[in-house]
Design a protein around this ligand. Structure first.
Ligand code: KG4
Length: 330
């Protein structure tokens, strides 16, 4: 393909509405995000009904802004990509329906994107060359899993959480301690102020070949500890929690990569913006291993990753028709 390919990406799977124009799959021309964090803060979690209505209110405005910031007109677009799975059904519908309307009116292909695969694509929007296979650790509010990624659309699941996702545990612990929403950034900030810097919670799951994750036990451990030690310094508690939560991610991703003989390791999803996780990954990696991780702004939900990944489907002629539906699951 010699001419530049321009794709519009749309995202509304949870509590961020986003639109982005990407050129040739890896040049971000615009990346507009409307976060609903302030709307959901009082509930300490995303309320599905409220989320879908809020997406509907802003999606058209975001599309207009994404195009004008990119200096692109509707008729310049070659394809429109939208998340269609997994996520909240009522939320997913907003971006997908908008994408279908644009696809129909503009006569351009519609491409349905797996949100999890898109997260793993995010670092390739920042100059990292896309090469397969790689090990992908996806760690967000709804998912914690490791994949062997063999190619576009070819993800083999190696392991996943048996209960809560890591981000969910950060959010629940923060809610219990009443330190802020969303929990991940609140815990990371507070943990930095810990004076004891002691890790007193037990290690989550043993070392070894196990590929599972589990985050429900550590959450209960925090609750029990606070009941027994109501005067405990919350900074010390979240420091200890964060160290254990992150230790499991780091152990699992390196053992999966080494078992598969793969040296490129992609870490993605909202929790990948955690500074302590990023630091430990660099500290524990072998010299010949590459940690490929997006800058924090591209780790959380955005539409650039949707438009960017969409390019690779477009280039292969893998497109959808207007019967494409949403799905809560992968
Ligand atoms: O990928 P994301 O934006 O949304 C989905 O869940 O799909 O991830 C949001 C999750 C939340 O659970 C949030 O608390 C967590 O990512 N998170 C963090 C940090 N920033 C966001 N967790 C730990 N440390 C952070 N700095």
């Amino acid at each position: 393909m010699s001419e530049d390919i321009l794709g519009l990406g749309l995202e509304s799977s949870c509590d961020e509405t986003a639109a982005s124009v990407v050129k040739n799959g890896n040049v971000i021309l615009s990346n507009v995000i409307h976060s609903q964090i302030d709307i959901h803060r009082e509930y300490y979690g995303v309320v599905p009904e409220i989320a879908s209505r809020a997406h509907l209110e802003v999606i058209n405005l975001l599309v207009d802004r994404a195009l004008s910031e990119a200096g692109v007109k509707f008729e310049d677009l070659h394809y429109v990509a939208s998340t269609h799975r997994p996520g909240l059904i009522g939320s997913l519908l907003i971006a997908l329906q908008s994408a279908k309307a644009l696809s129909f009116v503009l006569g351009i292909p519609l491409i349905g994107i797996n949100h999890l695969e898109a997260h793993l694509y995010a670092p390739f929007l920042e100059g990292n060359p896309l090469a397969f296979p790689f090990i992908g650790l996806l760690v967000s509010g709804g998912n914690t899993a490791i994949y062997r990624v063999n190619g576009t659309g070819d993800l083999e699941e190696i392991g996943k959480t048996v209960d809560d996702a890591a981000g969910e545990a950060f959010d629940k612990v923060a809610k219990f301690l009443d330190i802020g929403y969303p929990g991940g950034p609140a815990i990371e900030k507070l943990a930095k102020t810990s004076s004891s810097r002691k890790v007193f919670f037990p290690r989550i799951l043993p070392a070894g070949d196990d590929t599972r994750f589990s985050y429900s036990g550590i959450k209960t451990a925090v609750v029990n500890y606070m009941k027994q030690n109501p005067e405990a310094d919350r900074a010390d508690v979240v420091y200890s929690f964060q160290e254990r939560a992150i230790d499991l991610l780091v152990r699992r991703v390196f053992s999966a990569a080494r078992a598969q003989g793969i040296r490129d390791i992609v870490v993605a999803g909202g929790v990948a913006s955690n500074g302590r996780l990023r630091e430990l990954l660099q500290e524990k990696k072998h010299d010949d291993e590459n940690i490929i991780i997006a800058s924090p702004g591209l780790c959380t939900d955005n539409a650039a990753m949707i438009a960017g990944l969409g390019y690779h489907y477009y280039a292969r002629g893998i497109v959808n028709d207007l019967s494409l539906d949403v799905s809560a699951r992968v």
